[in-house]
Design a protein around this ligand. Structure first.
Ligand code: FAD
Length: 355
């Protein structure tokens, strides 16, 4: 992070969002305190949800969310923090050694040394692991304030402060010198930024837009350290099977909102769904009854991806230009970090922002 003259000492850093990127950003700032004599950061983490790092294993099991695959840039950001991967993150997910593309019943396989490494983990599990690291290393630090169950409702970039409400309905302003937006796909910080900087305009597009996701025992003939990508695994449906801890697999199948969903998959009849899966799913042997039971018991989920004009253009993804941006006057800085929905690049983006 290249620092212009500091408005105050210590620098008040506010990180919005305690997802993987927000937690990593906090750790990186706090580590800088230990490694630098020049600048001290006082980090305030603001998260609207609960602290998964405070849950024990059974509490966390009830908070399962969706599986994410971390590839090289995400893993690099994590490994840059000594012991974070080895002692925390590596305990909660599954390393992947190969990926298979399943077309009908045929498989095309590529090993990780050809296509890069991958580590699959439940989003809330990796959040809990990084949050535990933050607690273990910095909970008693006078430079860290954690504000869970506190929602950012507004960014007042003129006055350099955010307006928050806690779980008891108490409103408050929190001032900042540097604001880091790690608040996910519908970011308040991004909203404040795009109001003034057209480069950061973004749109939300779809990956597969309506989907359901089941957790099943590893089917016979599947490898517990492989990813299986299953395009058109059912008519109009794409799918992905990701390995989980405990010898399980998370299978998600979905389609664009514009696609026609077969009547059987809309029904709440377990037998109808199981029969449909048996007739149509060819990628691997599926425990159709078990899948059908979970299928009918859940509503459709939706998912989308943020596409940002600035971060997704060539100079930032591989060109030679410096990845730096001055946003307004130094004294009025609002810095957006990792604006894309796929936020794992944040670890490196933090150090690219000049303000
Ligand atoms: C089905 C599915 C599959 C995915 N697969 C992958 C994958 O394979 N690989 C991958 O890299 N990514 C994947 N993703 C995306 C992945 O979830 C994100 O990349 C990752 O969670 C981004 O981390 P983040 O810290 O930037 O944001 P998030 O994890 O979204 O965290 C944002 C945090 O900000 C908090 N927050 C939001 N608004 C406010 C507010 N106003 N005030 C306070 N706090 C706020 C939220 O509560 C949340 O904790 C997938 C997502 C889905 C839904």
């Amino acid at each position: 992070l290249a620092l212009a003259p500091m408005p105050t000492q210590p620098v008040r850093v506010v990180v919005v969002g305690a997802g993987p990127s927000g937690l990593l950003a906090c750790i990186n700032f706090l580590n800088r305190n230990a490694n630098s004599n020049d600048v001290t950061y006082h980090v305030t983490l603001v998260e609207r949800g609960e602290d998964y790092g405070a849950l024990d294993a059974s509490g966390l099991e009830k908070k399962r969310s969706w599986m994410i695959g971390l590839s090289t840039h995400g893993l690099t950001a994590i490994r840059r923090v000594p012991s974070l991967y080895e002692e925390y993150v590596s305990k909660v997910g599954v390393p992947v050694h190969a990926t298979a593309l399943c077309v009908g019943s045929r498989k095309f396989e590529a090993k990780s040394d050809e296509i890069g490494e991958n580590y699959v983990v439940d989003r809330n599990f990796v959040v809990a692991a990084i949050a535990r690291f933050l607690k273990d290393k910095f909970e008693t630090s006078k430079y860290l304030t954690q504000r869970y169950n506190t929602k950012v409702n507004f960014v007042d970039s003129d006055e350099r402060r955010i307006f928050v409400r806690d779980q008891n309905g108490r409103d408050e302003y929190i001032p900042y010198d540097l604001l880091i937006g790690c608040d996910g796909v519908r970011s308040q910080v991004r909203a404040a930024l795009v109001a003034n900087h057209r480069d950061f305009e973004s749109s939300v597009g779809d990956i597969f837009n309506r989907y359901k996701s089941v957790h099943i025992e590893l089917p016979e003939h599947l490898d517990g350290n492989m990813i299986y990508i299953t395009p058109q695994c059912l008519p109009n449906f794409n799918g992905i099977a990701l390995p989980e801890t405990g010898g399980k697999v998370n299978l998600a199948m979905g389609c664009p909102t514009s696609a026609k969903v077969p009547a059987a998959l809309e029904s709440d009849d377990v037998t109808a769904v199981a029969d449909y899966l048996r007739d149509n799913f060819k990628a691997f042997a599926l425990p159709c009854e078990a899948v059908a039971k979970q299928w009918v018991a859940q509503p459709w989920n939706t998912t989308g991806m943020v596409h940002c004009n600035f971060y997704h253009r060539w100079p930032l993804t591989g060109g030679k230009h410096t990845c730096a941006r001055r946003l307004g006057k130094t004294q009025r800085a609002v810095v957006m970090c990792g604006v894309c929905g796929f936020r794992w690049r944040c670890g490196s983006k933090c150090s690219w922002v000049v303000w």
